[in-house]
Design a protein around this ligand. Structure first.
Ligand code: 9UX
Length: 72
């Protein structure tokens, strides 16, 4: 199954960091897709809710130095 969450990431403004973040998230077990929208400093994550919670995704974002706020 798939669930989608959107997370706002304060200060995520460059291509390099957005690609790092996408690759990092997609490497997580349970994440199917991660799409950064730089124009609004957001990432949309498609994940399997049987494997991951959105809190684990938020923690992973913090692990690489960003602060994420769950939007939806
Ligand atoms: Mo990046 Mo940050 O590589 O202010 S989004 S530096």
């Amino acid at each position: 199954s798939t669930r989608v969450c959107r997370i706002r990431i304060q200060g995520l403004t460059c291509i390099s960091c957005s690609m790092t973040l996408e690759y990092y998230l997609v490497a997580m077990h349970g994440v199917q897709k991660a799409l950064v929208a730089l124009s609004n400093e957001q990432v949309e994550v498609h994940y399997d809710p049987r494997i991951l919670t959105h809190n684990q995704i938020l923690e992973a974002i913090e692990d690489i130095g960003f602060e994420g706020i769950l939007i939806s």
